[in-house]
Design a protein around this ligand. Structure first.
Ligand code: SAM
Length: 294
């Protein structure tokens, strides 16, 4: 069965009476080139494990199963379980979990598969993401420091551009800093709307995020860094002095003292700061926090 053919998608929709859910971001890939680019971009080897986010009707899952030792696919929509049972019937290396990716313990899934001897190589996270939760999914993978060797995901082009952007850019934001702190970012390909059924409203991009073995900007407390970044960008038009005090919940005099100790002008805006500068601010906040609690 060629799952990437629009005719197959139509046939599955008819057979199962399946109306793709807009709310769950269901746009299925119908372009074989795109599948090949995602799998090639992820660099999957026959010894490796893949965790797929949102298999849909299984078009990418089947391709992943051809290349990897094992695939665990996490799909929230229970209506797709019988569909996936049919479309993936020929693969004995695929496990489908009917669950919300934001709720599952990915580290535990990896450990269990390893303990069961399902794979001996690397771990890759792959997915054509449900766009309504692109940022929460990426933040979960980063904050939980999921032990993956690569994260290759398709998302709205606009979000991919934001993730890849540099300080000073209009689109540089909290997600840019968070991703670039944890990972190197490589663009695999842009994907036009025509590559999906049903067609999404926006163009897409596949990015490969490669977790950094050694951080370029080591900080004392990564949670503190993320708190500073989120607070800094919470109201991006405000100065750091104002955003860090209102969103961060620290009084203005203390924030001013911390910024000056970090050698950062309190009148600057978050969008102008490099990761290294955010790291300096976070470390001074950590010092302040530790002093108060000692
Ligand atoms: N992988 C398929 C493809 O490329 O054709 C489908 C991709 S579609 C853009 C996103 C998929 O993620 C849908 O199947 C949707 O039901 C699923 N999904 C949405 N929210 C989810 C969640 N919180 N956890 C797991 N899967 C989710």
């Amino acid at each position: 069965m060629d799952l990437s053919s629009p005719g197959t998608v139509r046939a599955i929709r008819e057979k199962y009476g399946l109306q793709p859910s807009k709310g769950l971001g269901q746009n299925f890939i119908t372009d074989r080139n795109v599948l090949e680019r995602i799998v090639g971009g992820a660099g999957i080897d026959s010894e490796d494990m893949v965790i797929e986010i949102g298999p849909g009707i299984g078009v990418l899952t089947a391709e992943l199963a051809e290349h990897a030792a094992c695939v665990t696919a996490v799909e929230i929509d229970g209506r797709l379980m019988p569909v996936l049972e049919e479309t993936l019937a020929e693969y004995d290396n695929v496990r489908v979990l009917n669950a919300d990716i934001l709720q599952v313990d990915i580290g535990q899934i990896i450990n269990e598969s390893k303990a069961e001897g399902q794979f001996t190589g690397k771990v890759h996270i792959v997915g054509n993401l449900p766009y309504y939760i692109t940022t929460p999914i990426i933040m979960k993978l980063l904050e939980e420091q999921v032990p993956a060797d690569s994260i290759t995901v398709m998302m709205q082009k606009e979000v991919a551009d934001r993730i890849s952007s540099a300080p000073g850019s209009r689109i540089y934001g909290a997600i840019s800093v968070a991703v670039q702190y944890y990972c190197s970012v490589t663009k695999i390909t842009d994907v036009p709307k025509e590559a999906f059924v049903p067609r999404p409203k926006v163009a897409s991009t596949v990015l490969r995020l490669q977790p950094l073995g050694e951080k370029q900007v080591p900080v004392k407390d990564e949670k503190m860094l993320l708190r500073c970044v989120k607070a800094g960008f919470a109201q991006r038009r405000k100065t750091l002095l104002n955003s860090l005090s209102s969103a961060g919940g620290t009084d203005k005099d203390t924030v001013r003292r911390i910024l000056e100790a970090a050698d950062i002008d309190p009148g600057r805006r978050a969008e102008t700061l490099t990761i290294e500068e955010f790291g300096r601010i976070a470390d001074k906040f950590s010092d302040e926090h530790n002093q108060r609690n000692s």
